[in-house]
Design a protein around this ligand. Structure first.
Ligand code: F6P
Length: 319
């Protein structure tokens, strides 16, 4: 391949810039041209594409967000959108594309690969909900942000003898919740993957209250939701004054941690290597500290086991 494109798609994640940099530099080092495709698949449909040179990706690694912007592109779900994207690639001489995003973005990458434009996916999402990889770019930064914010909530909860019910992101996955919960000493962690009941939550708070603890953190994953209702019920059932906080999109921002920058650099480099070898319809990931790659359809059909052991540990040591 002589010319490739790179795009970010879906929700942004800290470390995406480091991946764009790695893709750009690795491709330039191999003598390939690199085109930056703006606002996800929309850029392919609208021809919003500009060349990236070695200096285009200087000073980006330490910044959150994505220098290529991002979007969730509805048009790309339909044949017409895919054909427009393919036509743009043919016009611009783009022979392969690196797609940085989550599951939805990989479906688009598989569809475009099937239409003759080889794509390689890099997992970039704070949710860590991609089964073929143990780790997704942005996850570590998001967890650290959530942890810092819950620590701050703990200060005020403690001062007022209150319960803080904190909703964290993760879409339908509880990885951010369970890790943030254990790291912040949450009394209860509520995730979609594990059974829970309001009675069990209230009983745990009441029992813990009798041991001399007067402030509580309950971390709830957005896949379960209803932090406001939960806080009201906890207050009513336990008598502990409660407040709800939804952390929201603040978890998606900020300077990426070293783990995210390193993973993004490795995955970006490896994705380019695959395209250089003429391989498409692949997604790269990390398993047991090694970089692996899978067929996109196979990757999308995989199921990720939940961290049940971690959840159990968190539960047993928080009282
Ligand atoms: O997938 C990343 C994520 O931040 C999820 O945790 C969350 O459910 C979703 O994106 C929010 O999407 P949007 O930015 O479109 O509101």
């Amino acid at each position: 391949m002589k010319k490739i494109g790179v795009l970010t798609s879906g929700g942004d994640a800290p470390g995406m810039n480091a991946a764009i940099r790695a893709v750009t530099r690795a491709a330039l080092a191999k003598g390939m041209e690199v085109m930056g495709i703006y606002r996800g698949y929309n850029g392919l449909i609208n021809g919003d594409i500009k060349p990236l040179n070695v200096r285009s990706v200087s000073d980006v690694m330490q910044h959150g967000g994505t220098m290529l912007y991002t979007a969730r592109c509805q048009e790309f779900r339909f044949e017409e959108g895919l054909q427009k994207a393919k036509a743009t690639c043919l016009e611009q001489g783009i022979e392969g594309i690196v797609v940085i995003g989550g599951d939805g973005s990989f479906r688009g990458a598989a569809d475009l690969s099937a239409r003759g434009i080889p794509c390689v996916g890099i997992p970039g999402t704070i949710d860590n909900d991609i089964a073929m990889t143990e780790y997704t770019i942005g996850y570590d930064t998001a967890m650290n942000t959530a942890m810092e914010l819950v620590d701050k909530l703990r200060d005020t909860s403690q001062s007022h003898d209150r319960c803080s019910v904190v909703e964290v992101m993760g879409r339908n996955a509880g990885y951010i919740a369970v890790n943030t919960g254990i790291a912040c000493g949450a009394t209860c962690i509520i995730v979609p993957e594990m059974p829970w009941s309001i009675d069990a939550v209230c009983n745990k708070i009441k029992n813990t209250h009798t041991t001399g603890k007067h402030h509580f953190i309950v971390v709830v994953s957005e896949g379960v939701g209803n932090a406001v209702e939960l806080a009201k019920t906890i207050e009513k059932e336990t008598g502990v004054e409660s407040r709800a906080t939804i952390l929201g999109h603040v978890q998606r921002g900020g300077s990426p941690t070293i783990r995210d920058r390193v993973a993004a650099s490795q995955l970006g480099y490896y994705a380019v290597q695959l395209l250089y070898e003429g391989k498409g319809n692949r997604v790269v990931g990390i398993q047991k500290n090694a970089i692996v790659d899978y067929d996109i359809q196979e990757a999308l059909s995989m199921k990720k086991p939940f961290e049940k052991e971690l959840y159990k540990i968190a539960d047993e040591i928080s009282f």
